[in-house]
Design a protein around this ligand. Structure first.
Ligand SMILES: Cc1ncc(COP(=O)(O)OP(=O)(O)O)c(N)n1
Ligand SMILES: Cc1ncsc1CCOP(=O)(O)O
Ligand SMILES: [Mg+2]
Length: 226
């Protein structure tokens, strides 16, 4: 994921933004699952999204997973915690509307790390985040999900509107998997953020990554020209 695109590159195709499961009881075992998934195709970044765990647990998981991702040129984004993003060598942080505000997160992680912001289904929040220097805005949830009690449902036309009018990259999130990703790619999402749709895919995470990449490739601007 490139930080602060100065203009939308028409040759950029949609890319995959993986999110970890919210609990990882055996990080070493998950590191193998992750490596297999990342070897299934292009992945732009991995978000460490651990919920209801203490900071030392986050540190231990990061110690195991960050090298696996970064060795494959996959950027690592820490969820919620700009301080831990810096401490654990992550490439950026994702903050929600109830987390650290964007300007505080930016001060902590500095100008060179990525800062992404949850914007639910709100044009207003997204424009505020874009103007405030976010590296991407995230809309969702696009589909029902058991991973989080999502506050809002976002519609495809929101994605389309943003992608056509704005420069800041847009992430679509919520219940996305190989079976329903197509309309979001067609609408112009720069990234699809996926958790259960990869980790719980019946044919395994590697297959899910391969299938999502095939869909993204099918709809890449380069491919559409020929
Ligand atoms: C890429 C991306 N988009 C949205 C979220 C949700 O963030 P938030 O609203 O802060 O909720 P939690 O994930 O912290 O439960 C996200 N994590 N990543
Ligand atoms: C973190 C988050 N924010 C909105 S929906 C969601 C869950 C994403 O996980 P999944 O891809 O399993 O729906
Ligand atoms: Mg959050």
């Amino acid at each position: 994921m490139t930080a602060r695109k100065s203009a939308r590159n028409p040759e950029d195709r949609c890319r995959l933004y993986l999110i970890t499961p919210p609990r990882l009881d055996d990080p070493a075992a998950f590191a193998e699952t992750l490596a297999a998934a990342l070897d299934g195709g292009d992945v732009a970044c991995l978000q460490l999204r651990l919920k209801d765990v203490d900071d030392d647990t986050v540190r231990r998981v990061a110690e195991v997973l960050v090298p696996v991702a970064q060795a494959r040129d996959v950027a690592v984004i820490m969820n919620d915690r700009p301080d831990l993003a810096v401490e654990t060598g992550c490439d950026g942080v994702h903050v929600g509307q109830e987390d650290s505000p964007l300007d505080a997160a930016r001060r902590i992680v500095g100008p060179d790390r990525i800062v992404g912001v949850t914007c639910h289904d709100s044009r207003h929040l997204a424009m505020e985040a874009g103007e405030g220097g976010a590296d991407y805005v995230a809309f969702g949830a696009f589909f029902p999900t058991d991973t989080k009690e999502a506050k809002t449902r976002a519609e495809v036309d929101l994605l389309q509107w943003w992608a056509q009018a704005m420069i800041v990259p847009v992430v679509a999130i919520g219940g996305i998997g190989p079976d329903n990703a197509r309309p979001l790619i067609e609408a112009g999402a720069d990234f699809l953020a996926v958790s259960a749709g990869v980790w719980a895919w019946p044919d395994g995470p590697r297959d899910a990554v391969t299938r999502l990449n095939a869909l993204m490739e099918e709809h890449s601007p380069e491919r559409e020209k020929v």
